[in-house]
Design a protein around this ligand. Sequence first.
Ligand code: NAP
Length: 361
Amino acid sequence: MSSTASFPSLPNRPLTVAVLGATGAVGQELLELLAERQVPIAELRLLASERSAGRQLVWKGRELTIEAVAAGSFEGVDLVLASAGGSISRRWAPVAVAAGAVVIDNSSAFRLDPEVPLVVPEVNPQAALEHQGIIANPNCTTILLTLALAPLQARRPIRRVVVSTYQSASGAGARAMEELRTLSRTVLDGGEPLSEVLPHSLAFNLFLHNSPLQPSGYCEEELKMLHETRKIMALPQLRLTATCVRVPVLRAHSEAVNIEFEQPFPVEEARALLAVAPGVELLEDFAANRFPMPTDVTGRDPVAIGRIRQDLSDPNALELWLCGDQIRKGAALNAVQIAELLLKPAQPAQVPAPSAARGAV
Ligand code: NAP
């Protein structure tokens, strides 16, 4: 990205907001959140591809017409919430910034650009105020993971993280969710499930994450978790290895996380920290063997964490399990929270509670 402009905060008046990718899984969630939360909106523009142009959507009782994104789409726009994929963001985000807008981008296009902040508001809120027009929203599994890691890192340094993900169909967009529904019906009816959106049928099945494989044997999603966690937490040397798996869940991702520290970390201390960590809720009942499930967090804001326990194979390591709605906290909610940080940057009390990375950045 190259930008000479600097826009630390959003104007102090009702905003003109554009949602790029308004018809998608993340775009639809963004519209719901914009109706619920605190971003003051004077005008909302819904942008998507030619395929959706002319369709009407109702937002807060108003009928809005979807427009195909074009050169003039960003004139007079203060804030763009982009969720139309990396190539679309690479093409249109600079256009929007040149027109004077701040862009909060859900794609991976700019996340590792050193000039672009990569922000989880509960972890590194101050980074949002250092942008030059574009702020990147991290990868969904990474957002959920950092909410668990940051409060622990603040108490005792993390040496290594081993994470396995259980990622829902919705992570691949609205069409993948529909495909899981349809192919599940096909299997139940005795038919052969033939996938078109995902590379394999997810119905009563699972497969390793379908992002492109790299020469190291890791897929892109796994490497996003490594590089983005390092950037968000300002821990450039953090050792992290991930295995990402797509599972037949409609919505909300889960992660099994092993965290090795430089020294032993008492389980009760970790539990107490996570119990009060921003954006986190503890959901664990050992007596009833009841821990977070995707259905516990679907459509909800917090990341649910449970089954925090000592790793029996390593005195310095803890194990935990987490579930989070990745369309919400893993994408749309995180983006809207970033916008909220830009509304009142002069009032630090509005920023979520400090955490590990905060002091380190
Ligand atoms: P999606 O459901 O497939 O939606 C894609 C959106 O992009 C649709 O609104 C689509 O509009 C629009 N679009 C596609 N091609 C376009 C074009 N040429 N010009 C303008 N708009 C175009 O995908 P999604 O799951 O919402 O993901 C969107 C982005 O967010 C991706 O970058 C993804 O990696 C990221 N993300 C997704 C998640 C998740 O959990 N799903 C989480 C974090 C980040 P039409 O309806 O007109 O095709």
